[in-house]
Write a protein that binds this ligand. Sequence first.
Ligand code: CP
Length: 323
Amino acid sequence: MSKKIIEKNSHNLIGKDIISLDQFSPEEIKEILYTAKKLKPLRDLAKPSKILSGKIISLLFYEPSTRTFSSFASAAQQLGAGIIPIQNAASSSSVVKGESLKDTILTLECFSDIIVLRHPENGSANEAAAVAGIPIINAGDGTNEHPTQTLLDMYTIFEETGRLTNLTGVCVGDMLNGRTVRSLIKGLSLFKGNTVYLLSSEKLRIARRELHALTASGIKLIEISTEKEMPKNADFWYWTRVQKERFTSLKEYKKHKNTLVLTPRLIENYAGKKTLFMHPLPRVDEIDVSVDNDPRAVYMHKQMRNGVYIRMALLALVTGKKV
Ligand code: CP
């Protein structure tokens, strides 16, 4: 199957790779979100569907994953597709024997219609897309991007606040290594009037050049280093884990972890009645578990469930299936 060449802003995702939030127009984001909403009842009611009947989706994961891997597996099977599940590719596939990413992609292309790829290296999804004759969906490439996470985050924000414009958010934690924050900023920059505060220690700030590039896209970014600088009544707080696997020194990691913890005290002091508490998960200790029961906390149920709806929408739209 050869990829269709489709212009940016065409609204048409058929045959497209899903690599970065940079590739989308606001209309395409809205189309994905509306499609997810349409498909949601299928999963909620466990209603069998043949939308992707005959299709096979490869899940090629070189890095650990619970949510992204299983929600793609759930989405594909909910829509009637088969899956080729490869977790731990670096230890359980022919990668162990030295097979390159390119050859692994060319192999799975022979057996499937879409490859969902998670890989520890920045740019690996692009690299795979350059050689693949079938669509590649980036399920996280190093510290670079995690576009399907952002689409589910944006779906969650839209469902809960009713808008994607004029939002004030606070992203907290590891801004340097966190691919979800990077993608979320890019996603929100497609819509007008959004402001995101970035709360982290100085060492874990976004690289300067990247910060300038992100700001140039129109979103207002405000870096802060203490909770006292947090805005009151933000629309959402997006907490993130300090990414242990990206540190070369365990000592350095330990210095940074748990310096910013989401607690009931923080909520009492800075959150509004409708502030959403979000986290891409997994969490380690950066959210006090007592926050889980707060009705504003969406990370453990709504946000994760939305991941299946979004991934169903992406698989349907990329394969050109009418929903
Ligand atoms: N949010 C996320 O990417 O989780 P996993 O690493 O478990 O897939």
